[in-house]
Write a protein that binds this ligand. Structure first.
Ligand SMILES: *Cc1c(COP(=O)(O)O)cnc(C)c1O
Length: 396
């Protein structure tokens, strides 16, 4: 099989620089030198989360671990919480809340839309006794390629004068789509290493506000491995309460360097441009529909694409994989067999994406879907050409 990039929305392609940075001998995680690696990582993660007042914790784990850390440290069984569900990931976080014994108000929204701000505003206004302790929002629903307005959720809380904590799933957005922890008053900001951070899976990354740390002192859910308290006590000197994933920390150091060398805002702009090319391919080139129902929901990290009625998206994925060595994201749960997804987050260039678009086009044609050969590539490549950085071309 050829060494093609993968077009799934996580894990993303790990840059060679990051892979090499992880090729290190094992070392003592209690050595006097170790904090020279870890303390600057904590500071740089705060720059990515855009927080000066909060902390960022790193647990060995995946995004799901950060979900659990956020909940178990700050809530007590029986607490009332508000969440909206519009895709596999928002559903799973809601399920985690149920399993930890929360009293969950779950709003089911059409898949293809995002956080229903008006419903949040109404419910928060009606909750005059402030029984709701946590408000949950998925910034980027990876199953449908839908981005929600987190500043809007903050506004709904502020307009209602509501003190609930704000929990945001930013696993497939932080480091790729703008995220402002302090400005938006996010109390718990969940991420993982294998998406925007261009890393292998293995680190749960969690941004925590001072308010969340205070809440953790009285919240009664059981916690041990994920305890904020143990993290705070050891992290302050650059250490961890248990063996950290040292190798991954070296990779993260390199990935943070790459993000800041490019510039965080430039990284967001690049993701937007990559995504826009894919959307041109889907809509203008192929004449197909995105799962996201309106431009305001469009995600800059993943596009979920409906295959036409009567065709099976699973067949597109299988042919792409077996004939061309290409991987796209599968449709999950409710949209299984109906959509396939192109991940365009992390380290990915327009030329790589054009390959991904071409491969999807070939696989769709192979199963008889009526998309014109080259149409998606043409729409995307023209967009990329028109929006490429200007360079001076010397006259002959
Ligand atoms: C990937 C993802 C998760 C969970 O991630 P794991 O790392 O698989 O545990 C959660 N939320 C969103 C939005 C994701 O994309």
């Amino acid at each position: 099989m050829f060494d093609n990039p993968i077009f799934i929305p996580g894990p993303t392609n790990v840059p060679e620089r990051v892979r090499r940075a992880m090729n290190v001998p094992m070392e003592d995680q209690r050595s006097p030198n170790f904090p020279k690696l870890t303390l600057p990582i904590f500071e740089d993660l705060k720059r990515v989360f855009k927080t000066e007042t909060g902390k960022v914790f790193l647990y060995p784990g995946s995004g799901t671990g950060a979900w659990e850390a956020a909940v178990t440290n700050t809530l007590s069984p029986g607490d009332k919480v508000l969440i909206s569900r519009f895709g596999q990931f928002s559903h799973l976080w809601g399920d985690l809340l149920v399993r930890h014994g929360m009293d969950v108000i779950a709003l089911d929204v059409e898949w293809g839309e995002g956080v229903p701000l008006e419903d949040y505003a109404r419910i928060l206004n009606e909750d005059s006794n402030h029984e709701i302790k946590g408000v949950f929002a998925c910034q980027n629903e990876t199953a449908t390629g839908v981005t929600s307005d987190i500043a809007g959720v903050r506004k709904a809380l502020d307009d209602a004068g509501h003190p609930a904590m704000l929990y945001v799933d930013g696993v497939s957005s932080i480091g790729s789509i703008d995220f402002r922890m302090d400005e938006w008053g996010v109390d718990l900001a969940v991420s993982g290493s294998q998406k925007g951070f261009m890393m292998p899976t293995g680190l749960a990354v969690l941004g925590v506000s001072q308010k969340a740390i205070e809440a953790s002192e009285s919240a009664t859910c059981n916690r041990c491995f994920f305890s904020f308290d143990d993290m705070i006590k050891t992290n302050k000197d650059g250490y961890f309460p248990y063996t950290p994933a040292t190798t991954l920390l070296y990779g993260l150091r390199e990935s943070l360097d790459m993000i800041f060398e490019e510039g965080l805002e430039n990284v967001f702009a690049r993701h937007h441009r990559m995504a826009e090319g894919v959307r041109r391919a889907v809509i203008d080139g192929w004449g197909l529909k995105l799962a996201a129902t309106e431009p305001k929901w469009y995600s800059d990290t993943v596009s979920a694409i409906y295959v036409p009625e009567g065709f099976d998206a699973v067949a597109v994925l299988r042919i792409a994989y077996e004939r061309y060595g290409l991987s796209y994201g599968a449709g999950l749960s409710k949209v299984a067999g109906k959509v396939f997804r192109i991940g365009h987050l992390g380290r990915i260039s327009e030329i790589q994406l054009l390959g991904g678009i071409a491969g999807a086009e070939m696989a769709m044609r192979d199963i008889g879907i009526d998309v014109q050969a080259g149409s998606g590539v043409a729409a995307a490549s023209e967009y990329y050409r028109q929006t490429a950085a200007p360079i001076a071309i010397a006259a002959e």
